[in-house]
Every structure is written in structure tokens, then in C-alpha cells.
Design a protein around this ligand. Structure first.
Ligand SMILES: Nc1ncnc2c1ncn2[C@@H]1O[C@H](COP(=O)(O)OP(=O)(O)O)[C@@H](O)[C@H]1O
Ligand SMILES: [Mg+2]
Length: 395
């Protein structure tokens, strides 16, 4: 049996039991599992271990090394790309052969390909969310110094994130990472995105049997506009008077509200005037999910985290804790008497596969009931109503 050279991250299987001597699409292994895939060029297989499900993509050696490096660096800068686990080198093959390398990533859970979003009658309302998710992801990647080089709907996976959609980058074989991207590189990445998306939309129109005129070809330009708005909001400098410190706090709050953490703010005196120019250096879009994890240990995506933190604050406000010890006890009580029992109930009946999203949908329904009745609705009553209405989600 020939064994490849493997670079494997700790905490994952060795993958040595897989039949590497043959190409992955010819494998017969008990580890293989069927999972839905989007359109792709390279052979991709899914394997199940006790540690979880993994995705193996075969590529020429040099391309696999590039993808592994980019995903590894991105993991330290953003949280919206597939997590690389291992790099495989089949040393006995020519280095330019399509199977000479492979990248293994963690299977990204609770996601679906874009065709589920763009097909069917629901695309109208979901269009905005899809476009915001792609624009937001590109902004985050660019802030992290990543030139993608192949942004397309099929190189992303999507998952519901409370009332929004979160996009996750999975295909990084064309990407490069720098300290900072030039304006020319940002522009080029946006041009590639627009071209790819127009192609994908034309393809969808063809599959649906509609003519090209009815294809949503402007989708990329729409994403570009959202990208520019968000980019400018994050990068704009603020000129404030020296005694207007509150405007610094307001600006940080606004950036946090958009989900971005703020590393620091740079303040520079503006000539001999009383004015100061302020530049905020933003980090990844994980402000709320980081806070939730610190407070409760729970993992959630950014908008889900915002909703869960809102629910936690509401719970703490009702239980009236003031000191930090009382708050810590309150957090524990929220987890053990509100969040966990409800998630257990939801898991038993809700048709979705991400219980945290189920909890957010439930909270949204509870909030709607409360605003209709203009008073708080107990969880058990809100749950019965949510169930009776067929588990409505966000609009
Ligand atoms: N980490 C992952 N988690 C879940 N699905 C994945 C993952 N990586 C790849 N896939 C699936 O495999 C398909 C192909 O992946 P991709 O990296 O785009 O390959 P290609 O380079 O051939 O285009 C994707 O459309 C997706 O459905
Ligand atoms: Mg791809």
C-alpha cells in the first residue's frame, strides 16, 4: 500500500486508513458519506469519522498547497471560510497531475448551496439577504488582506443566520493573502465577482428554460454597491472636536452594531485646530459571537449571537441582577432554565438542522406575539403558538 505525505492538524484523524493509492472518485470505503455538492471542477468526497465529517478535494500539488495556506491564514483573520485540517501529497504521482495533492477541510455544517436560494418563488425576499451576505463576506476578506480571485455563488456555502444569511468561503485555490490589498486589487476582485455571477445567473435562466433577458444579470453590480457602502462605512475617517469624545464611542458602537470588532482607534490632531481626525481599525465580523462565547460558551453565527444576547439581557433584566456575581449566576440560569430546555424541545420537533437557528426563529415568533398583545408572552405559550403556526422563521 502506498501512503501519501500528510500534514494533519492535531485533534483530527490521521486519514491514513483511506485508500490513497487510487483516485478518490474510485474509492469504496465505509468512511464515505453522500452529501449534496454545488457545481465544482475537482473531485470532492466526504468522509465520516468520530471527530466529524470531512471534505477531501483532490487538486494538483501546488494548487492544494496554496489553498491550504490561504485557508490556514484566513482562519486566524476571519471566521467565514472552511477550516483546513490536512494537506495531502501523493508523492508517487507527477506533481502537475490532478490527483497529486488534496486538501481536507471540516465539513461546514447547516449550510446549503445557492441554488436552493435563487430557485423558486422565495428568491425575491431572499435576494437582498443573499446579496448582503456576499458583499459582507467580500468586505471581510478584503479587510483581512485576501484577494479571492474567484468569488462566485458556487464557491460559497450559505446558512441561515437569524434573520440574515451568512456566506462561507470554501474555494480558495485562486486566492492570495497580503498585509493589505491595493485599490486595483479590490477593483479586480469585484470585476471577477461580477463576471462570475452574471455567468451563474445566465446559467440558471438557461436551466429554467427562460431567455437571457429575464436573467438577473445585474446581481453582481448590486453586490458591488452594497460592498462599496459597507467598505466606506468602515473606512471613513471622522473629524471631531477635542471635547467630543462621545462621538468616538458612538462610532465604535455603530461598527459593533454592524458586527465588527474594533482593534483600536487612531486619533490625529488636525493642524493647529481644535479638531481631531479619527480612524477606526476594525477586525473580524465577530463582535457579538465573541461576546456570546465569552459569556456563555455558546457558538453561534453573528446575527444569531446578537439575538441570543438580546434574549439573555432581557432575561437578566427580568431577574434583576446587578453585581457581576449575580450576572454570572443569571447567565447560568438563562442557559439551564431558558436556552437549553427550549433547544431540547425544538430539537425534538423542528424540521431544521441547526437548533440555534430554531431558537432564534422561536424568539422572533415570541417577540411578534408580544408586540401584537403589547405584553410579555410566557415561553410555553409562545412555543405552542409557534408550533401551531408551522414554525415560522424570519420574514
Ligand atoms: N468544507 C466544506 N463543507 C461542505 N461542503 C464543501 C466543503 N468544501 C467543499 N464542499 C462542497 O464541495 C463542492 C466543491 O468545492 P470547491 O472547493 O468549490 O471545488 P472546486 O475547486 O472543484 O470548484 C462545493 O460546492 C461544496 O458543495
Ligand atoms: Mg469551486
Amino acid at each position: 500500500m502506498v501512503v501519501p505525505t500528510l500534514v494533519v492538524r492535531p485533534g483530527h484523524p490521521s486519514f491514513l486508513d483511506l485508500p490513497w493509492e487510487v483516485a478518490a472518485d474510485e474509492w469504496s470505503s465505509d468512511r464515505l458519506v453522500e452529501m449534496p455538492t454545488g457545481i465544482h471542477r475537482h473531485p470532492v468526497v466526504f468522509v465520516a469519522y468520530d471527530e466529524g465529517v470531512y471534505v477531501i478535494k483532490e487538486l494538483p500539488k501546488a494548487v492544494s498547497e496554496r489553498e491550504y495556506d490561504v485557508l490556514s491564514t484566513l482562519e486566524t483573520r476571519t471566521h467565514r471560510s472552511a477550516v483546513p485540517v490536512a494537506l495531502v501529497n501523493r508523492g508517487w504521482l507527477e506533481t502537475d497531475s490532478e490527483q497529486s495533492g488534496a486538501v481536507i477541510t471540516e465539513y461546514v455544517k447547516h449550510t446549503f448551496p445557492y441554488r436552493r436560494l435563487v430557485s423558486g418563488l422565495g428568491f425575491g425576499p431572499r435576494r437582498n439577504k443573499l446579496l448582503d451576505s456576499v458583499a459582507g463576506l467580500l468586505v471581510e476578506l478584503h479587510l483581512a488582506g485576501c484577494f479571492w480571485g474567484d468569488c462566485s455563488l458556487s464557491n460559497l456555502l450559505y446558512r441561515y443566520d437569524a434573520g440574515a444569511i451568512e456566506a462561507v468561503m470554501i474555494d480558495a485555490e485562486t486566492s492570495t493573502i497580503r498585509d493589505e490589498l491595493s485599490d486595483g486589487q479590490l477593483h479586480e476582485d469585484l470585476e471577477i465577482m461580477k463576471e462570475n455571477l452574471a455567468g451563474e445567473m445566465a446559467d440558471i435562466a438557461a436551466v429554467n428554460g427562460s431567455d437571457l433577458d429575464s436573467a438577473d444579470l445585474a446581481i453582481g453590480t448590486d453586490i458591488e454597491q452594497r460592498y462599496v457602502d459597507l467598505w466606506e462605512e468602515l473606512r471613513k475617517d471622522l473629524i471631531i472636536a477635542r471635547d467630543e469624545g462621545y462621538r468616538i464611542r458612538e462610532r465604535i458602537a455603530r461598527l459593533n452594531d454592524l458586527g465588527f470588532s474594533v482593534h483600536d482607534v487612531e486619533l490625529e490632531a488636525s493642524g493647529n485646530t481644535n479638531l481631531v481626525s479619527m480612524t477606526a481599525h476594525v477586525g473580524s465580523r465577530t463582535f457579538n459571537s465573541d461576546r456570546l462565547r465569552e459569556l456563555t460558551g455558546l457558538l453561534a453565527s453573528e446575527n444569531q449571537a446578537k439575538i441570543l444576547l438580546g434574549d439573555l439581557s432581557y432575561f437578566l433584566a427580568k431577574s434583576g441582577g446587578i453585581t457581576s456575581t449575580e450576572k454570572s449566576i443569571g447567565v447560568f440560569k438563562w442557559l439551564s432554565t431558558a436556552f437549553e430546555p427550549m433547544v431540547t424541545r425544538i430539537t425534538g420537533v423542528w424540521p431544521g438542522d441547526d437548533p440555534v437557528q430554531g431558537y432564534c426563529d422561536f424568539l422572533n415568533h415570541r417577540m411578534k406575539l408580544a408586540s401584537e398583545r403589547k405584553k410579555d408572552v410566557p415561553d410555553s405559550e409562545a412555543f405552542d403558538s409557534w408550533l401551531a403556526h408551522g414554525f415560522p422563521g424570519f420574514d
